[in-house]
Design a protein around this ligand. Structure first.
Ligand code: TYD
Length: 133
């Protein structure tokens, strides 16, 4: 997991951020999706990926991330369009405490593939232990 701070091109008209592969995004972007209108009290995620890498940006609002790369859970808040979190393969993620206005944009290194998901935390821990050892 790595926080990426994006350069902001600002002038008296406002602000602009550009996301480009191999400039500030460490993979070729094959897919973009965004999560919005999240119902009150809902948490999402609860999985890891075998191969997929992602950069997640709260382009509006905020939510809390719980991330485990195999060494235990780390918690942080994403609350700025100027910052993203890079999530490597074999990383467990949960998103909690979405603000009503939260729009979470996700850049993904691969097309959507349901077989790439690990949805069992114990299974994930087993695979992550092999990786960090
Ligand atoms: P899901 O993986 O459950 O979202 P979360 O990461 O918050 O747990 O995805 C919700 C639904 O959207 C599910 O039916 C699969 C579908 N989906 C796609 O069709 N394409 C995608 O790129 C993604 C991420 C999800």
């Amino acid at each position: 997991m790595e926080i990426i701070n994006f350069d902001v091109y600002g002038d008296d008209r406002g602000s602009l951020i550009s996301l480009e592969h191999f400039k500030n995004i460490p993979f070729n972007i094959k897919r973009v999706y965004y999560i919005f209108n999240t119902s009150s009290g809902v948490s999402r995620g609860f999985h890891a990926h075998i191969n997929l890498r992602q950069v997640v940006i709260a382009i509006k609002g905020k939510c809390d991330f719980h991330i485990d790369e195999g060494r235990g859970m780390e918690v942080f808040t994403l609350n700025s369009p100027c910052r993203g979190v890079y999530i490597d393969k074999l990383t467990w993620r949960e998103m909690h405490n979405f603000s009503d206005d939260c729009i979470l944009m996700v850049l993904a290194s691969e097309n959507y593939d349901p077989s790439d998901y690990i949805t069992n935390y114990e299974e994930f821990k087993g695979m992550a232990n092999v990786k960090v050892r």
